[in-house]
Structures are given as C-alpha cells and as structure tokens.
Design a protein around this ligand. Structure first.
Ligand code: T6T
Length: 313
C-alpha cells in the first residue's frame, strides 16, 4: 500500500514537471548566440554554479542572434522537458509563443540577459541595468568629444530588449545633459560585423565631421572599430562600446575605442542557475536581479579588479 502511494506520488510529480525523486535538477541554458564571448562567459558561470549545486546543465544556442533560429531550439528543449529553462530571448515579441509553450509544460523559465514583452514569462529576470549602461556610455562619449559634435549609434536589430534599453539610456542622457551633442540616430547591423563596418563607412562619407560612435554590443563594436581604423579616423572619431570581449580590449589598447561598458555575464549565468534551482525546489525566487556594469578604459584595463570583468575568449 505504502509502495503504491509512493509510486503514485512520483508519477504525479513527474506529470507536473517536478524533478523525479532522487534525480538531479535538469536545466537547459539557451543562449542568444552560440560561441559568442558574452554567452560563452555566461555558460561558464552557469556550469560552475550547476556543478556546485549538483544541477545537470545543458547549453545550446543558435548560430545567429535570430528568433527564427532560436525558436526550433526552444521547441526541442520543451519536448525534452527539463525542469527549468534559462534563456536569453532573441526578440521581445517573437519568442513569446515558444516560451508560452514551455510555461504551459510547467518548465520553470528564468530570463538571463534579454527579456520578452510578456511580463508573465520569466520567474526571475537577471540582467545588467541596460538603460543605466546606455546613459553611462553617453556620458563617456560626450566627455571624449569635449561635449560637442555629431554622434551615431550602431545597434543589432530593433526588438532586442537589452540593446534597445541601451539606446534609450544613451539618447535620454544626451538630450538631458549634453546640449552640444547631436545624435544622428540609430542604424542597425543585424548583429553582423561587416554590416556594422559598412554603416560607419557610409556615415563617414555623409558626415565627415562625425565626432563619435556608440556601439551597443560586441559585433557592432568590432565592425565599427574596424571601419574607423581602416578609414584612418583614430583620434578624430571617438568610440564607446558595450561589452568587453578580447577584440574589444585589443581595440581599447590600440586606441580605436576609448571606453567599454563591461557586463558580468558569468554572474548572470550563475545567478540564473541558482534561481532555476530554487524555482524547481519550490523555494523563494527573486523576480528581478540587476547585475553590475564597469566602465573599462585604457587607464584601468590592466588593474586586477577590471581584469576580472573582461569576457573569456
Ligand atoms: O551585449 C550582449 C548581450 O547583453 C546582448 O543582449 C546581445 O549582445 C551581446 O551578446 C554582445 O554581443
């Protein structure tokens, strides 16, 4: 009788998505982009925390930062029914439907880095304060150009929550506190390095007096920096970039870029696993966890504190 009760309880738990008794908690991390330094550093942090907690962690991600490629990955993860899904959704709207399916299967969803527009998706949201980061980028760029001149923003695609928030913070700060700076607006590279270079080349041809560029993420910065370097504009056009991968740090040391805003992707991944574990175990989950950002310059890049926040290759 007791055995039958235990078996029924196990069945009931399995049906509502609870980990089967004695089994490890199973979590899948779906990155925004596989193989990219930000998300690989995130995966490192997630793996370390998973090891500590005895969580079984799988990591997957699309080859491009693109919801049409991320959706089938989420669908196959949902079919495999892990206990929790950590995900950086690649679009605020397009990823709502696949994530709703995951939610309906009682998979605990934790959003790492990016979010979707539906606030009911994501038991916890762990991210840099991107509006604040964008404002910090505006201040740094304005300082670099002496408070006057034309500036251009290069981003990935509209509908990506993080970079959209960075643009918002940047534009608001320029409007509010830097009257001599005029924004030429935002141009989108589709997260393609070559495209970001083309945009900067066209902008230099149209506005030879361009004073500054804000690149909102890794690939935008790599492409924009390369274009400035090839056009011989170093020193004349200043640049601030979000993120601190090896290529960005090199550009900083080479004088192509004057400041980087480094996030803490490893911490985002680790906290994501912690929240997923708590959610699966029925413990308290924190709805929003902001993580820090650091301004990296040529002066501080080799200090021990700043070295810690640079992304892994
Ligand atoms: O900036 C990060 C991430 O925060 C953003 O959501 C997408 O781009 C990166 O992965 C860097 O390329």
């Amino acid at each position: 009788m007791r055995k039958a009760f235990a078996a029924a309880l196990l069945l009931a738990l399995a049906a509502c998505g609870q980990p089967s008794a004695g089994g490890a908690v199973r979590v899948t991390l779906v990155q925004g982009l596989a193989g990219e330094e930000f998300y690989e550093t995130m995966a490192c942090g997630a793996r370390a925390k998973a090891k500590e907690l005895g969580v079984e962690l799988e990591v997957q991600g699309p080859q491009k930062f693109d919801p049409t490629l991320q959706t089938p990955i989420v669908n196959s993860v949902v079919a495999a029914q892990p206990d929790a899904l950590l995900i950086a959704p690649t679009d605020v709207k397009a990823m709502i439907a696949p994530l709703t399916q995951a939610k309906q299967r009682n998979i605990k969803i934790i959003l790492v880095d990016t979010v979707v527009e539906d606030a009911s998706i994501g038991l916890s949201r762990i991210s840099t304060d991107n509006v604040k980061g964008g404002a910090a980028a505006a201040k740094a760029l304005s300082e670099q150009i002496g408070g006057k001149g034309k500036v251009l923003v290069i981003s990935t695609d509209p509908g990506v929550s993080t970079v959209d928030a960075r643009i918002k913070g940047f534009e608001e700060e320029i409007k509010a506190a830097h009257p001599g700076v005029s924004s030429l607006g935002v141009q989108y590279s589709h997260n393609d390095v070559g495209e970001a270079s083309k945009i900067v080349n066209a902008a230099l041809a149209k506005d030879p007096d361009l004073a500054g560029v804000f690149a909102t993420n890794l690939n935008s910065a790599t492409g924009a920096g390369t274009a400035l370097q090839q056009a011989g504009k170093l020193g004349q056009v200043k640049m601030v970039g979000f993120d601190a991968g090896p290529a960005q740090v090199k550009q900083l040391k080479d004088g192509v870029v004057q400041a980087l805003i480094a996030q803490l992707p490893g911490e985002i991944g680790a906290k994501g696993v912690e929240q997923a574990f708590a959610a699966v175990k029925g413990q308290q989950v924190t709805a929003a966890i902001p993580t820090d950002a650091t301004i990296v310059t040529r002066e501080n890049v080799d200090t021990p504190e700043v070295r810690k926040v640079l992304y892994k290759a």
